[in-house]
Design a protein around this ligand. Sequence first.
Ligand code: ZN
Length: 442
Amino acid sequence: MTAAGPTSAPVGRTLVKGASILGGPARDLLIADGIFAAVGADAAAGADANTETIDASGLVALPGLVDLHVHLREPGREDAETVASGSAAAAVGGFTAVHAMANTDPVADTAGVVEQVWHLGRSTGLCDVHPVGAVTVGLDGRELAELGAMAESAARVRMFSDDGKCVSDAVLMRRALEYVKAFDGVVAQHAQEPRLTEGAQMNEGSVSGVLGLGGWPAVAEESVIARDVLLAGHVGSRLHVCHVSTAGSVEILRWAKGKGIDVTAEVTPHHLLLTDDLVSSYDPRYKVNPPLRTQSYVDALRQGLADGTIDAVATDHAPHSLEDKDCEWAAAAMGMVGLETAVGVVASAMVETGLLDWAGVADRMAVRPARIGRLAGQGRPIAPGEPANLVLIDDKSRYTVDPAAMLSRSRNTPYAGIELPARPVATFLRGRLTAREGSVLA
Ligand SMILES: [Zn+2]
């Protein structure tokens, strides 16, 4: 938080007029010194000649969004994304905090690398960048990484994941779960049984049969989640399941939560909207890990998110350069960019369908992810005295996704030319405007 300057003039006061907080009635918000100084009738009275006023009438106000799962590609693949370009994409997408996955080059498996990413995030200053530490050295699945050193580093890592790869060795998974208890950490599993998915190119089902592409069975995900919730229960530790994609996974999570096991889970926007028949186009933009599934799985994931069995939406923003993505299906890298379209896709899948209201979106995209990541200053209520992390969303008009206008360095979006509802129009990080109308403010 910025200290007050030598004069008594208020620093960076903003009056946000007429915002609909969590979709409720219009109210004014006064932001001063990085916090919400007043909300409601008192707010306008605290404004003065130096206060910037933003007309938010007709806009929905949510706490700044928190993403548990992004790939920022730095260090190592700065051609695809950097911490700075990914932070810009996050800010225009309405995010004030992101968790950057460890599958960089070098891998984020030491205090040195996580501190490097953390410092890059701080110097960019567009959103809080929390590095995720690798569970195993080099993501090789053989030896535990220095979890304690990463937790004690300046980056204060609390989430650990080999994402991109599954920690398939049950003994290593057990040890990781035991280890993170010491600092209230969480192990985030990419649930993919490796032997069951050798050569897999898409969801195993009728479409893969017709196309002759290697199938990726639901059981490859579900069997790992079943094992891991039992392990987490056995050692009394915290498990988070990345990008849940099947109906069976939702059922296992529901069972585990009913047993009191400390498990949380996320779903991506694309798994809430897209299905595997899109793969019939052989367009690699639809190639993603885990794969797009069937409509009945999409329905189960929406239901799981609506009833809270799935705690959070996480984008799995996975930028890829043109040469890695714009090639034949079998050779193309897996993944989609997602930070700049997340709000629109979630609104389309969950709000327009009546499954979640805006308060529910705030819970699944800010409150719960902040809690899972143990981020004390994020996902807080829009209330006096709280950090002014805020996104204003225009839910009255629709917009067409234009990849050329994106701030990510990569363009591998499956939504090019698609019309989406609900566009983030302004984002504030601790009272400072970081993005407005699709552009970032340095
Ligand atoms: Zn993953």
